[in-house]
Ligand binder design. Structure first.
Ligand code: ASP
Length: 589
C-alpha cells in the first residue's frame, strides 16, 4: 500500500494515528539531529520529521533526499510544537518510522513553488514540473469543475451533448484552417474545425432541438498574446428560439457557473447595442466595472479658434475622478507619450484639470476662457479634483484610442476591482463589414448569422449602401471587458443564405461547393435556430480574475504556436511524406 491518507488530510484530531503517506519532497531541512521534510501531493503538504536519536539509519537516509524525490513514509501523527497556521495540516507532523525512496529526481530547473523562478519557455518545456505547482493544480482542477458544472446545467435544460468530427472540409471564411493530408485520397486534405458551426446547425435540421458540446477548435491565426491555436468552446445550439430565449438560457448558465464555482450571485446582465457600446466606450466589449463613459465635446469646444479641434470629426473625452491635484505635469507628459505610442496612435492628449480649489488648468487654456472650460466640466458632471482627458480626430479611430486610455486610467486608478464581475450582453451587431482593401463585404460574425427580422427585406432588395446598415441578430457576452461568448440567430432559409453568400463574394458554384450540404439541408425543413459558443479557457481565466488562458490549459502552446515539451510541430519522415504524396519545396530545418 502506498498511502493510507493524502498529504492534505491529517489534522490535530488524528494525533496518534499510524499513517502512510506518499508524495514529492517539496523541501527538506537538515538540522543535524532532526531532519524535516515537507511532503507534497495534489491535496496539500504535510511535515515529516526524522529523529536521529530514534533511528539513525532512517535519519541518514532522509538527509540524502533531494527536492522532488518521490517517497513513501510511514509513522505516527503527533502535535507540532512549532505550528504553521498557514497550512491546513500545520498543527501536526508525522514522526517517521520508515522511508522508501520510490524514485529519485534530478534537481529541477526551476523551483516548484507558487511563485516559480522559471521563465515561460523553460516551464513549458518541463510542463510536468510546472503542473506540480499549486496555482496550476488549482487552475486545472477549476477547469475540470467548470466542465462538470456546465454539463450539469446543460443537462438540466435538456441539452444533448453530441460530438462532431475533427476531420472536416476546409473553407475560406474566417481564420486560416489547419489542414491534414489524406493518405487514401491523394492530393486531398481535411481541415480541423475552427468551430462546429455548420454541424450544430445540421443537428438542428436533424431534430436534436438542443445541442451542446465542450469541444476543441483550431484556428491557424497569427498568434497574439493569449491566443492559442487550439482552444476549447462550450458550443451550443437551440431550435425554435428567439434571441431573448437564447440570452436567458445562457445568462442562466453563467449564473449557475459563478454560483457553483465561486459562490457569487451575479447582478444584472444589462443589454447594450453595439452602436451604444462603441459610442459610450469605443469598444464592443466594454469593462463595466467602472464608468468613465465618453463625453462628446464637438458642440462645446468647436468654433473657439482652436484649429486642431475645429477640424476634427470628433472631439471626445473621459473624466478621471479625483486626480487633478495629484497628477503632476510629468505624469501628464508620460500619459501623453503613452497615448502617442504606435499601438495607440493618438496625435496628442488634451486635458482640463478641475483643481481642488475650483480653478482650471488646461493644455488648451490659450484658446478657451476658464468660463467656457468650467461650463464644459460642469455640464459633464465633473467635480473639483477631476480631470477631463480629450482626444480628437476621425471618429472611429479616436473612439478606439480613447477606449485604450479609459482602460489604462481604470487600471491606474484601481477601478477594475478583483472579485467584481460585471456581465453585459452586447446586441445588434452590424451584419456585414465593408473591407476597403479587398473591396468586399465580410461577415462580422460568420456567414450563417441572420439579419434582424426587420432587416430581411432590405437585405433581399436593397442596394450596396443599404447592406452596410443591416443589423445582425447576433450577440456577445462580455464580462469585465473580455468577450466570453458570441452567437446569433441563424439563417434557416435557403434563399436568404444564398443571398448572404452572394454578398460575401461567393459565386453560386463556390457557395454550392463549400456549403452545398447546408443549403441542401435548408430545403428539407430546417427549423428556425440559433446558438452561442463560450470561450471555455477564457471563461476559466476571467472567473479567476486572470488574463492568461495559458495557465488554464494543461498543455498549451507558446507564442510561436509550439509545444515546447514534445517539440511540435516537427518535420516528418520522407516515407510519411511519400505516402501522403507530398513533395516539400522547402527543406524543413
Ligand atoms: N461558431 C461561432 C464561433 O465560434 C459561435 C456561434 O455562432 O455559435 O464564434
Amino acid at each position: 500500500m502506498y498511502r493510507s491518507h493524502n498529504c492534505g488530510q491529517l489534522r490535530i484530531s488524528d494525533i496518534g494515528v499510524e499513517t502512510t503517506l506518499s508524495g514529492w519532497v517539496q523541501v527538506s531541512r537538515d538540522f543535524g539531529g532532526l531532519t524535516f521534510v515537507d511532503l507534497r501531493d495534489r491535496y496539500g503538504i504535510t511535515q515529516i520529521v526524522f529523529n536521529m536519536d530514534d533511528n539513525q539509519d532512517l535519519c541518514e537516509q532522509a538527509r540524502k533526499l533531494g527536492r522532488e524525490f518521490v517517497i513513501k513514509v510511514s509513522g505516527q501523527v503527533r502535535e507540532r510544537s512549532n505550528k504553521n497556521p498557514n497550512r491546513p495540516t500545520g498543527e501536526i507532523e508525522i514522526e517517521a518510522s520508515s522511508l522508501d525512496i520510490l524514485n529519485a529526481s534530478k534537481v529541477p530547473p526551476f523551483t516548484i513553488e507558487d511563485e516559480s523562478d522559471g521563465g515561460d519557455d523553460i516551464r513549458m518545456e518541463y510542463r510536468y514540473l510546472d503542473l506540480r505547482r499549486t496555482p496550476l493544480q488549482q487552475n486545472i482542477r477549476f477547469r475540470s469543475k467548470l466542465a462538470l458544472e456546465t454539463r450539469k446545467y446543460m443537462d438540466s435544460q435538456d441539452f444533448i451533448e453530441v460530438e462532431t468530427p475533427f476531420l472536416i472540409k476546409s473553407t475560406p471564411e474566417g481564420a486560416r484552417d489547419f489542414v491534414v493530408p489524406s493518405r487514401m485520397n491523394e492530393g486531398q486534405f481535411y481541415a480541423l474545425p475552427q468551430s462546429p458551426q455548420t454541424f450544430k446547425q445540421i443537428l438542428m435540421v436533424g431534430g436534436f432541438d438542443k445541442y451542446f458540446q465542450i469541444v476543441k477548435c483550431f484556428r491557424d491565426e497569427d498568434l497574439r498574446a493569449d491566443r492559442q491555436p487550439e482552444f476549447t468552446q462550450i458550443d451550443c445550439e437551440m431550435s425554435f428560439v428567439t434571441r431573448d430565449e437564447v440570452l436567458k438560457t445562457f445568462e442562466g448558465l453563467t449564473r449557475h457557473l459563478f454560483q457553483e464555482l465561486k459562490g457569487i450571485e451575479l447582478g444584472d446582465f444589462p443589454w447594450m447595442s453595439y452602436d451604444d457600446a462603441m459610442a459610450m466606450y469605443g469598444s464592443d466589449k466594454p469593462d463595466l466595472r467602472f464608468g468613465m463613459e465618453f463625453k462628446y465635446l464637438n458642440d462645446a469646444l468647436q468654433g473657439h479658434g482652436f484649429g486642431v479641434f475645429d477640424s476634427a470629426e470628433t472631439v471626445v473625452g473621459v473624466l478621471a475622478q479625483g486626480i487633478a491635484d495629484d497628477y503632476s505635469n510629468k505624469q501628464m507628459k508620460e500619459l501623453t507619450s503613452w497615448v502617442q505610442r504606435p499601438q495607440i496612435g493618438a496625435k496628442g492628449l488634451v486635458y482640463v484639470k478641475y483643481q481642488g480649489d475650483g480653478t482650471i488648468k488646461s493644455t488648451v487654456g490659450k484658446f478657451y476662457s476658464d468660463e467656457v472650460l468650467l461650463k464644459v466640466l460642469q455640464d459633464h458632471g465633473a467635480k473639483p479634483g477631476d480631470v477631463l482627458f480629450i482626444l480628437c480626430g476621425e471618429e472611429e479611430k479616436t473612439r478606439k484610442q480613447l477606449n485604450e486610455l479609459r482602460l489604462e486610467m481604470g487600471r491606474r486608478l484601481g477601478l477594475m476591482k478583483e472579485g467584481d464581475f460585471k456581465p453585459l450582453w452586447v446586441i445588434d451587431f452590424p451584419l456585414l463589414e465593408w473591407d476597403e482593401d479587398s473591396e468586399r463585404f465580410h461577415a462580422m460574425h460568420h456567414p450563417f448569422t441572420a439579419p434582424k427580422v426587420e432587416d430581411v427585406d432590405r437585405m433581399l432588395t436593397g442596394d450596396h449602401e443599404t447592406m452596410k446598415s443591416l443589423r445582425a441578430d447576433a450577440y456577445d457576452l462580455v464580462i469585465n471587458g473580455s468577450e466570453i461568448g458570441g452567437g446569433s440567430i441563424r439563417i434557416h432559409d435557403r434563399e436568404l443564405q444564398s443571398k448572404n453568400f452572394d454578398l460575401l463574394g461567393f459565386t453560386k458554384e463556390e457557395a454550392q461547393a463549400q456549403f452545398g450540404f447546408l443549403l441542401n439541408a435548408f430545403e428539407y425543413g430546417a427549423p428556425p435556430h440559433g446558438g452561442i459558443a463560450f470561450g471555455f479557457d477564457r471563461l476559466a481565466a476571467v472567473m479567476n480574475g486572470q488574463s492568461s488562458i495559458r495557465d488554464f490549459i494543461a498543455f498549451p502552446k507558446n507564442n510561436q504556436g509550439r509545444d515546447m515539451m514534445i517539440d511540435a510541430p516537427s518535420p516528418i519522415d520522407q516515407t510519411q511524406l511519400d505516402e501522403l504524396s507530398i513533395a516539400l519545396n522547402v527543406q524543413a530545418e
